[in-house]
Design a protein around this ligand. Structure first.
Ligand code: PEP
Ligand code: MG
Length: 560
């Protein structure tokens, strides 16, 4: 028996036979090409064909997979990518070699931006350049993994195209050596409800095709050739989880979420588009607590128009109806983040650079267009809008006045994210300026603990159970008092035990991935607010994350 550690990417446990997926290799032509003009034309034709195939695949996909395929098709059509390959072809490189090298450079630049969304596009670029190179080399298209029996899928990394056809009834778990919590494999595995652990070093060297592999994403662990005892444990907990989720999901649909003593807690969804919202509503989402709008902006050569943005918001309002709130976060992109239509300004520390509201202040016209789209659709249903990365009260005042100047009516709630620690410290002064604040624990933890949220080696430091994070949230809730409501939209909200502590501190709205909703709702309904308060009081006084975790888990256990 051997265990390997990685990053817990999609919740659950699984046990099964390893299906080790290695994409088929092909020979990239070498030597000098004779006709550069012909090579450039061949490359253009190959990329056009790749884009058309991706369009076709997107048309039959849904949810996150569809968004990803659409984005890939847009990159395949991006003139900048073609232009990057051309100089090498002019110097007589083979077109297949030229596009692979240009794609690799492009991908590395995206990874170096330090921005989650852009870095997550790097595999897209590599994948579509690989597709084009295969066509140019006369090689067959990459064959995606094809499970024909129940298995645990083991791979270096998976492209969206690899994951689209995955059948969750056969693929019981996924482990990859690449990837982070925010990479495609993780997003799609969560969407499909397949337990996954990513970023497992040495995975492919350790697992043989056909070996028995256990996945325990609760602790980010995979077990190779597990003992009979571990097999029994994982089998039993996997089955129990499946039954439980189905039961919770069935119960989740009914009515609002209140604690056992009648305190109303709104359980909302984090979404990027209509398909994700549809899935989240099926899990029992009561609202959208975070619409990440960045995807509208990246991979395109001009910013989205007001009409395009209104189309997205209208689609979301239509699904939400007249009673459920749509909370729009204004774009969280940055000048360092190579949005194609803004001049690139490399920064030494992009996470601490011009992102979110800071970028909006440099380009207020971009913000105004987005705010006008919010104003133009706000009569369709309850609406709220908030700005990311706010660090000063002056920025808050600026944002609020910009919203009003853009014609956003007073019926729309205005707020900001609390993800920069400075805002947590200033919460009492912040509260009278807004209708609500939403705590972004992903960034708040990153900045409080000075631990890069994407750094697999620092995941122990990037821990929302750190009592310092809870103290910051306590400050926010105390500062807000009855003046404005406090929500949480970071990943921590999807952990039921953590969520109960947040409620104990005074949080009244929790927004998360749709798949987490049934369990969080069930945990809330089974406990009193008073009980959460007692535990939260102990948690903020604790001296380390393990103690906080134990306090929170006790809350959950006591309900069972
Ligand atoms: C956060 O920082 O917690 C958050 C929700 O924003 P994002 O993950 O999009 O940075
Ligand atoms: Mg954030």
């Amino acid at each position: 028996m051997r265990t390997l550690r990685g990053v817990a990417a999609s919740p659950g446990t699984a046990i099964g036979t390893a299906y080790v997926y290695r994409p088929d290799v092909y020979d990239v032509p070498t030597g000098e090409a004779t006709d550069p003009d012909k090579g450039i034309a061949q490359l253009a034709a190959a990329l056009d064909a790749v884009a058309a195939d991706l369009d076709d695949a997107a048309a039959s996909a849904t949810g996150a997979a569809r968004d990803i395929l659409d984005a890939q098709a847009a990159i395949a059509r991006d003139p900048a990518l073609r232009a990057a390959a051309e100089p090498a072809i002019r110097h007589r490189a083979q077109p297949a070699r030229a596009i692979l090298d240009a794609g690799e450079r492009f991908a590395r630049e995206l990874e170096a931006t330090g921005n989650d969304y852009l870095a997550a596009r790097a595999p897209d670029v590599r994948h579509l350049c690989d597709l084009a190179a295969r066509a140019l080399a006369g090689a067959p298209p990459r064959t995606p993994p094809h499970a024909i029996a129940p298995c645990i899928l083991i791979a270096d990394d998976l492209t969206p195209a690899d994951t689209i056809g995955l059948d969750p009834t056969l693929v019981r778990g996924i482990a990859t050596s690449g990837g982070t919590r925010t990479s495609h494999t993780s997003v799609i595995a969560r969407g499909l409800g397949i337990p996954a652990v990513v970023g497992v070093r040495g995975l492919l060297d350790s697992v043989e095709h056909g070996a028995t592999v256990g996945i325990d994403s609760r602790i980010g662990q995979i077990v190779i050739d597990p003992s009979t005892e571990i097999v029994e444990q994982l089998t039993a907990s996997g089955e129990a989880e499946r039954v439980r989720h189905e039961r919770l999901r069935a119960a989740s649909g009914a009515g609002p979420t209140t604690t056992a003593d009648g305190c109303r807690i709104e359980v909302a969804a984090n979404v990027r588009g209509v398909e994700e919202l549809r899935a989240a509503l099926a899990e029992g989402a009561e609202a959208v607590g975070l619409l990440r709008t960045e995807l509208l902006y990246i991979d395109r050569d001009r910013p989205p128009t007001q009409a395009e943005q209104e189309a997205l918001l209208r689609g979301l309002h239509e699904l939400l109806g007249r009673d459920r709130r749509l909370l729009v976060r204004t774009f969280d992109i940055g000048a360092d983040k190579q949005v194609p239509f803004l001049p690139a300004r490399p920064e030494r520390n992009p996470e601490l650079g011009v992102r979110g509201i800071r970028l909006a202040r440099v380009h207020p016209d971009l913000l105004d267009t987005q705010l006008r789209a919010v104003a133009g659709t706000s009569s369709l249903g309850p609406t709220a809008v908030m700005a990311p990365m706010v660090a000063t009260l002056e920025e808050v005042r600026w944002f609020v006045s910009r919203c009003r100047d853009a014609g956003i009516p007073s019926t729309v709630e205005l707020g900001v994210m609390v993800e920069v620690p400075a805002m947590a410290l200033m919460a009492a002064e912040l509260a009278p300026l807004v209708d609500f604040v939403s705590i972004g624990t992903n960034d708040l933890t990153q900045y409080l603990c000075a631990a890069d949220r994407r750094h697999a080696g620092l995941s122990a430091l990037h821990d929302a159970f750190n009592p310092a994070v809870l103290r910051a949230i306590d400050l926010v809730c105390r500062g807000a008092g009855d003046t404005c409501w406090v929500g949480v939209c970071g990943e921590a909200a999807s952990d039921p035990a953590w969520a109960l502590l947040a409620i104990g501190l005074g949080v009244s709205e929790l927004s998360m991935q749709g798949v987490a909703i049934p369990e969080v709702r069930a945990a809330i309904r089974a406990i009193t607010r008073e009980h959460c308060r007692d535990a939260a009081r102990d948690a903020v006084l604790a001296s380390d994350a393990d103690t906080v975790r134990a306090i929170a888990q006790r809350l959950i256990k006591e309900q069972q």
